[in-house]
Design a protein around this ligand. Structure first.
Ligand code: AMP
Ligand code: ZN
Ligand code: FE
Ligand code: FE
Length: 284
C-alpha cells in the first residue's frame, strides 16, 4: 500500500479542509497520511478525528521553513505532540513573522501601483496561515498575472520587486524544538534545495550533526538518480526515509496526492520505520 506523509491543507497554503484530505486519501487507497502544514499545527486535530472515523492512519506533522547557512530549507516534524505549549508558542513567533512580511509585500505591491489590500489577502487565505501562494492567487484574481509562476517571477520570488524577508529559526533551533515536542526531524525535498546536488552530502552531514533524523526521498520531483544518491546518504547516517506528494490542492495543480492510480506511491513500510524511530525517541 501507499502512504502520503507530506500534504498541505487550508490551514496553510493548501486548498482542502482536513476532512476532504482524509476522504481523498481513502479514495486513493492510502494506508496513512500526515498533514504537514507550513509553520502551523492547526489542522492536526481535524485530520486525526476524520482519520479515526475512516480507518486511515494519521501521524502528526508540520513543515518548518528554516535557515541554514545561505540555504532556506524545509524541515518536517513527525510524531510531535501538537498541543505542546512550548511548540505552539514557538510557532506563534513564526506566524507573527508571516503577518508582518505579508503586510510589507502588500505595501510594496501598492507602491508598484497595484490595487491590492491586506484585508483582501486575509479574507482569501482564511482560516489558515497566509503565504506567498495566497498573494499570488490575489494577483491572479485581480488579473495582474495569469499564473502563480508569473506572480513569483515578476513580484514575489527573492530579488523580485515585492519580495520581503521574514523571521525564520535556524535548522538547529527547529530540530531541537521538534525533539522537545516529541517528534523527529526530517529534511523535506532535498532534491529541490539547490540546482546542483553536489552540496547535499556536506549539507546533510551538517544537519545530522545538529540532530536530523531523516530525509524525504520519495518526492514527485526526485529522479531515480536523486533517490539513489539520497539512499546512500540515508544509509551512511542511519537516517529514516520518508516520502510524500506535497499536495497543495488547486494551489499547485500539477501535484496530485499519492496513490497507485496517480503513479506515485511511497511504500507504507516507511510509516512503520518512522513510527519505530518516534517510539525510540520518546522512550529516551
Ligand atoms: P512562503 O512560505 O509564504 O514564503 O511561500 C513559500 C511557498 O511558495 C513554497 O512553499 C512554495 O510552495 C511556493 N512557491 C515558491 N516559489 C514558487 C514558484 N515559483 N511558483 C509557485 N509556488 C512557489
Ligand atoms: Zn506550501
Ligand atoms: Fe516544502
Ligand atoms: Fe510542503
Amino acid at each position: 500500500m501507499c502512504v502520503d506523509l507530506h500534504i498541505h491543507s487550508i490551514y496553510s497554503d493548501g486548498t482542502a479542509f482536513p476532512s476532504e484530505l482524509v476522504k481523498m486519501a481513502v479514495d486513493s487507497g492510502l494506508r496513512g497520511i500526515s498533514l504537514t502544514d507550513h509553520d502551523t499545527v492547526d489542522g492536526i486535530d481535524e485530520v486525526i478525528k476524520h482519520g479515526k472515523k475512516n480507518h486511515i492512519e494519521v501521524i502528526s506533522g508540520l513543515e518548518i521553513s528554516v535557515i541554514h547557512r545561505e540555504f532556506s530549507l524545509h524541515i518536517l516534524g513527525y510524531g510531535i505532540n501538537h498541543h505542546h505549549t512550548g511548540l505552539t508558542d514557538w510557532l506563534a513567533k513564526l506566524q507573527h513573522g508571516r503577518t508582518s512580511r505579508n503586510e510589507l509585500i502588500i505595501e510594496k505591491l501598492q507602491q508598484l501601483g497595484l490595487d491590492v489590500t491586506n484585508d483582501e489577502l486575509i479574507s482569501l487565505s482564511r482560516p489558515g496561515q497566509t503565504g506567498r501562494p495566497h498573494i499570488a492567487r490575489l494577483l491572479m484574481d485581480k488579473g495582474v498575472v495569469k499564473t502563480t509562476n508569473d506572480a513569483f517571477k515578476l513580484y514575489l520570488r527573492k530579488g523580485a520587486p515585492a519580495w520581503a524577508s521574514r523571521f525564520a529559526y535556524s535548522a538547529s533551533q527547529s530540530i531541537e524544538m521538534i525533539h522537545k515536542a516529541g517528534g523527529i526531524a526530517v529534511l523535506a525535498h532535498p532534491g529541490q534545495i539547490a540546482s546542483s546536488l553536489k552540496c547535499l552530502p556536506l549539507l546533510i552531514g551538517e544537519l545530522v550533526e545538529r540532530g536530523l533524523d531523516g530525509i524525504e526521498i520519495y518526492y514527485p520531483g526526485h529522479s531515480d538518480t536523486v533517490k539513489k544518491d539520497l539512499r546512500k546518504l540515508a544509509g551512511k547516517y542511519n537516517l529514516v526515509v520518508t516520502g510524500g506528494s506535497d499536495y497543495h490542492g488547486t494551489n499547485k495543480t500539477y501535484t496530485k496526492m499519492a496513490g497507485i492510480r496517480n503513479g506515485f506511491c511511497p511504500p507504507d513500510d516507511i510509516l512503520d520505520h518512522l513510527l519505530e524511530k518516534i517510539n525510540a525517541l520518546q522512550k529516551q
